[in-house]
Design a protein around this ligand. Sequence first.
Ligand code: F0G
Length: 457
Amino acid sequence: MKEIIEPFRIKSVEPIQFTTLEQRREILARAHYNPFKIDADDVIIDLLTDSGTSAMSAAQWGAILTGDESYAGSRSFRRFESKVREIFGFKHVIPTHQGRASEKILMSIVGGAGKTIPNNNHFDTTRANVEFTGAEALDLVIEEGKDPDNLHPFKGNIDLAKLEKVLIERSAQVPIGMLTITNNTGGGQPVSMECIRSTGKLLRRYGVPFFIDSCRFAENAWFIKQREEGYKDKTPKEIAQEMFSYADGATMSLKKDGFGNIGGFLAMNDDSLADSARNLLILTEGFPTYGGLAGRDLEALAVGLEETLDERYLEYRHATVSYLAHKLMDAGVRIVQPPGGHAVYIDAKRFFPQIPPEQFPAQVFVCELYLAGGIRGVEIGSAMFGRNVNGVEIPADRELVRLALPRRVYTQAHVNYVAEVITEMYRHRSEARGLRIVKQAPFLRHFTAEFDAAGSG
Ligand code: F0G
């Protein structure tokens, strides 16, 4: 059979609240043209993020009832620890409430002024946690990874020559090296096993520990299975085990490939680093056998980590993203190619050529998308990465919109609806007009900024 079906039946449902175009016009104006300020109940299809938005399975809900809420030495922690060890292979498993808490702890120990941490691309929270310590967050993704039309199968790979140059020049200032799999900032693009292996080898040669930001590790494993020579007969779990065998540690947000609504961990082999991490953990997250999570969360996550490596699930997951991507491409919409593991990234600059970057074409896209169909996406353009210097807007390099698909939440009809709405928007694209910022915060302005029509006021 050619048709790839959702590998689950639906046991519990959540109604969607529908809105009319007129209502959405009002809601959007009230939100000052920033979808972050729209109540989720007013959204028909929410593609803002794939983080913490997954549907848990009946087995996960069942495991929740078995949670051991003991403060110290909880049985649920032991179950969680042994599942993480089985897949990731690290000696020390430190639970946290989400990915950035792991990053905060790790960077507080290894970061600091004068240090440099290389990565393919740091995700925003990783970069922020590196920079908060005074260290430099260096992005070294391969050139192909920066070109939206390039069809390289592993556009998340790091440029090993550039990495080696950094190590030759200043390895003493490099406390750890990182890879983000998949590379979210670069479009959800995978990193090859060959690249993971070589990165590990290179860093080891210079005595630099290697950490993997593993939020979407199962999706990355699936890409390796599909695209890399020698892996088609391996299971996703075997591939994941090999990926992490080349590393000294990992940060993880279990809100992605852990099927959790909350959760994360920091894992490593080094005893003294683990001691330091646990000491910091106790300050903010909690005792090392729960780390900011309830025992029941740890139970659900241990089950989720096994389910995320299921081949039928991963096949369906990638088919969904690719299906939406191809429907949009067939309608003429330009996207980042090839589609990544968790999201489709639309090129808003080419969608609205009439809107200059100073007038936020990607922000216009997320507003039009909400108006047209009640769909929420996220702007990854000048609202997020541009800067305002003395009243002058310095735009970002790219104007992208990410449509991230929550795991196991929407059906094929929902995806068809998204494609239909965007196709309709594309037909009317010449009518869209730009926006200007009327209020903004000094940091991470995209979350709270307020906009108005460009040329008004
Ligand atoms: N690393 C990557 C690659 C991520 O995508 C995220 C979160 C984090 C770290 C931080 O994890 O949210 O659990 O603290 N990404 C979400 C997103 C927010 O929408 O892409 P967290």
